[in-house]
Ligand binder design. Structure first.
Ligand SMILES: Nc1ncnc2c1ncn2[C@@H]1O[C@H](COP(=O)(O)OP(=O)(O)O)[C@@H](O)[C@H]1O
Ligand SMILES: O=P(O)(O)OC[C@H](O)CO
Length: 504
């Protein structure tokens, strides 16, 4: 048996390939950023061909750097930024347009219309999602409505569509030459098109968006030795089974071994995503959370989760770097924010894509409030880190309200968790212990786990639980009064951002 499992983590900011051994220890990695295309206010696009080219490059270079051959890998898993949507020609592999990224708000009128005539409630009940620009269904409709010839091509069976997992697996497994057109249950649960009970596309939901079923991929478990085919590397290098596919937040949940109902994780990347395992039955939220498939490992029953999705957290740090020039690298924010004791009364609500959970307000836009002449860049840096933590508190409060269970420990992962000041602020803002695992790349690890479970590299989830090790923890230091006052100010700041733009 091969000694290692690989994982592609295709994120919003970058694409990485990582290789893990049986203990879940990283043995190789390579990562490349891709362009964020911002053609108009509210639009965010990626070039699908760039993403595919970067994926092949990072796989090849990670293996070369570590002196590994493709045959050293027993399988690979794919994990991806979710909801981001690509339509392409099945005969040529040519995308019809840039991918519409999950943060893009161009479909606000489509989403608003769904709530005017009752379709929104059907989507809530069946797909577990509130109508929003975030999800893939509206993006497919937008492409069908705006790209010349796409609807006809879809009806003739020439045009196909998918989220980034689908795009990558199709290319990895041969592209126009027999590539598999597939997705997994977790990615499909982010479309507004899948019934959470049947785990299949729902004809009525497809009808709401005018989407021909034939252009959609087939849906499979997240861990499956057959469904996803093999990465074909060329005659002399052979092929590697693609045996696991799951959305990045679901993969992080698997990587954090949140296999028991009541266990939760918070991933801090471009956005933040808190997922709470709710077991084998989907739980409906009455506090603005999503119901989603957490994972389905092989033929076992799916496990569901409640999710609090936050659109802008790490990308607010990027905004300080790229648009304002306040820092020249993301990691510099920690030293800058550390120059001051607090944010000097300043709050920054980075509602650049409206507000996601628990508010779901596409009419919100970003605001910095509470400023006086006293404030400096250091206060802004601190307010940015606090915004990450307060937004996480918003969704965790909703989770506690929905489940009735208090969270006494929060497992964290993702790029921002390298920022120790931010993690201390998170413990203070929540009044909860925050714990980071030894392998911070839990997203890639979770995809590797899904692939390795399918191929027998790991024999079951107990193997994975045994691999999880704590790296560092942060305990709350603020008084209850400080915590309450800080959060009250945040809620006031959020109010100021609502109703800023007219929608639909
Ligand atoms: N030291 C840091 N402090 C704060 N934010 C950081 C730090 N390092 C990286 N980030 C942010 O983390 C994000 C990248 O994290 P990552 O988990 O790779 O995200 P993604 O999977 O969304 O591409 C970027 O938005 C970046 O601004
Ligand atoms: O690319 P990430 O890690 O920020 O994750 C993006 C999410 O999957 C969007 O739903």
């Amino acid at each position: 048996m091969a000694d290692f499992i690989g994982a592609v983590d295709q994120g919003t900011t970058s694409t990485r390939f990582m290789v893990f051994d049986h203990d879940g220890t990283e043995v190789a990695r390579h990562q490349l950023e891709h362009e964020q295309i911002l053609p108009r206010a509210g639009w965010v696009e990626h070039n699908p061909l760039e993403i595919w080219e970067r994926t092949e490059t990072v796989i090849g270079s990670a293996l070369t750097r570590a002196g590994l051959r493709p045959s050293d890998l027993g399988a690979i898993g794919i994990t991806n930024q979710r909801e981001t949507t690509v339509a392409w020609d099945r005969h040529t592999g040519r995308p019809y347009a840039n991918a519409i990224v999950w943060q893009d708000t161009r479909t606000d009128a489509i989403a608003a219309a769904l709530d005017r005539d009752g379709r929104g409630d059907v989507i809530r009940a069946r797909a577990g999602l509130p109508p929003a620009t975030y999800f893939a269904g509206g993006k497919v409709q937008w492409l069908l409505d705006h790209v010349d010839g796409l609807r006809e091509a879809a009806e003739h069976g020439d045009a196909i569509v998918g989220t980034i997992d689908t795009w990558l697996v199709w290319n990895l497994t041969g592209g126009p030459d027999g590539g598999r057109h597939v997705t997994d249950v977790t990615n499909a649960s982010r479309t507004m098109l899948m019934d959470l009970a049947t785990l299949d596309w729902d004809e009525e939901l497809l009808g709401f968006f005018g989407i021909p079923r034939a252009m959609l991929p087939t849906i499979h478990p997240s861990s499956d030795p057959e469904a996803y085919g093999c990465y074909r590397l060329g005659r002399r290098q052979g092929e590697i089974p693609v045996a696991g596919v799951l959305g990045d937040q679901h993969a992080a949940m698997v990587g954090q071994v949140c296999f028991e109902p009541g266990q939760a994780k918070n991933t801090y990347g471009t956005g933040n995503f808190v997922l709470l395992n709710t077991g084998h039955e989907p739980v409906r939220s009455s506090h603005g959370l999503l119901t989603t498939v957490a994972y389905q490992l092989g033929d076992t029953r799916p496990v569901y989760a409640l999710e609090g999705s936050i659109a802008v957290t790490g990308s607010a740090v990027q905004w300080l770097r790229d648009q304002l020039g306040v820092i020249s690298g993301a990691s510099e924010i920690e030293a800058l924010a550390g120059q001051v004791e607090d944010s000097g009364g300043m709050y920054f609500v980075p509602a650049f894509s409206g507000l996601f959970a628990p508010y779901w307000r596409s009419d919100a836009r970003g605001a910095i409030v509470g400023m006086s002449r006293y404030n400096t860049n250091a206060h802004l840096a601190r307010a940015t880190l606090e915004a990450i933590c307060y937004q996480s508190r918003d969704v965790i409060e909703a989770m506690v309200a929905d489940s009735g269970v208090a969270l006494d420990l929060l497992k964290v992962d993702g790029g921002v968790t390298q920022n120790t000041l931010c993690m201390q602020l998170q413990a203070d803002v929540l009044g909860t212990t925050v714990v980071r695992p030894r392998v911070a790349e839990t997203t890639a690890l979770g995809a590797a786990y899904a692939a390795g479970l399918a191929t027998g590299f790991w024999s079951g989830t107990d193997d994975l639980v045994a691999n999880w090790q704590e790296d560092r923890r942060w305990e709350p230091t603020w008084s209850e009064q400080q915590r309450a006052d800080g959060y009250a100010g945040w809620r006031k700041a959020v109010d100021r951002t609502l109703g800023w733009v007219d929608v639909g």
